[in-house]
Design a protein around this ligand. Structure first.
Ligand code: NAD
Length: 260
């Protein structure tokens, strides 16, 4: 356990599966107490059952929707009631499938739902957690995506939401200056098939092409992102960073591609 993690409390969204669960388990290993907030009750129950007794003693699962202000407000209050403080927020919850079809057929309510969850959720959690974060000079880490900077076709709502998260990150860093540091991580391709609830779990298989398009020679894992998140939450390690977005993608977005 690091000195800085002792008794500290993190609020992680989208934490019942995938990256959010990987981040939560890493923070628990480091000695944090963690609220896992997610709309999927079944996945949350499974995540809690899979923990060791020692981890479960320091974890709290709360079900709710990051795009619902009443759910978020209640979950922040329940976290403070249980743990007494909040030192770190990880805004990870998202509609992770970037493909939404042609812009000509994308429905307004589909567009709004992606923006509300992926961008609005980070705003709502920040809004309600900030007074608690200020008390302990805490930190926020927002999970954006390399799709904030480059695109495949037909991914407008996702790309816009993640670009919004990059901008929200630097705006908040300035607004909360002196009290709360705010940074972001932009993951590339992270394999989360083996981090899903049992009904959706899959065994990862990556082809040689999948691997070789990454200069590091492999697809990413939740641990690759979790290590960066714990670094950004820890003022002893990243205290001179705020407003920054760190790209973690195995070098994929630095690789120049010429079509044959
Ligand atoms: N996996 C990747 O390759 C990758 C790459 C870049 C960015 N990301 C981002 O990382 C985050 C996590 O993605 P993932 O791949 O782990 O996805 P995932 O689908 O495995 O997990 C997302 C979790 O968020 C929860 N969630 C979704 N909407 C919610 C809501 N409205 N309120 C509360 N919880 C909600 C889901 O129930 C799920 O447990 C997302 O923001 C995604 O955009 C993922």
């Amino acid at each position: 356990m690091t000195v800085s993690a002792q008794n500290h409390v993190a609020f992680v969204t989208g934490a019942a599966q995938g990256l959010g669960l990987g981040i939560s388990m890493h923070l628990l290993e480091l000695g944090w107490r963690v609220t896992l907030f997610d709309r999927d009750q079944e996945a949350g129950d499974e995540a809690m059952i899979a923990m060791s007794d020692a981890q479960r003693d320091r974890a709290l699962f709360i079900s709710g929707d990051v795009a619902n202000e009443a759910d978020v407000k209640l979950a922040i209050q329940q976290t403070v009631d249980r743990f007494g403080r909040i030192d770190g927020v990880v805004n990870n919850a998202g509609i992770a499938n970037p493909h939404s079809g042609s812009v000509e057929t994308l429905e307004w309510d589909q567009w709004q739902r992606v923006i509300n969850v992926n961008l609005g959720g980070a705003f709502l959690v920040t809004k309600h957690a900030t007074q608690h974060l200020r008390e302990h000079k805490g930190a926020i880490v927002n999970i954006t995506s390399t799709r904030a900077f480059q695109s495949e076709a037909n991914t407008e709502s996702y790309a816009a939401s993640k670009g919004g998260v990059v901008a929200l990150t630097h705006a908040l860093a300035v607004s909360l200056a002196g009290d709360v540091r705010v940074n972001a991580v932009a993951p590339g391709w992270i394999e989360v098939g083996d981090w899903q609830k049992s009904a959706n779990k899959s065994q990862p298989h990556h082809s040689e092409i999948d691997k070789s398009q990454h200069p590091v020679g492999r697809v990413g894992t939740p641990n690759d992102i979790a290590q960066a998140v714990s670094f950004l939450l820890d003022a002893e390690k990243s205290g001179f960073m705020t407003g920054e977005t760190i790209r973690i993608d195995g070098g994929m977005t630095h690789k120049m591609i010429y079509a044959e």
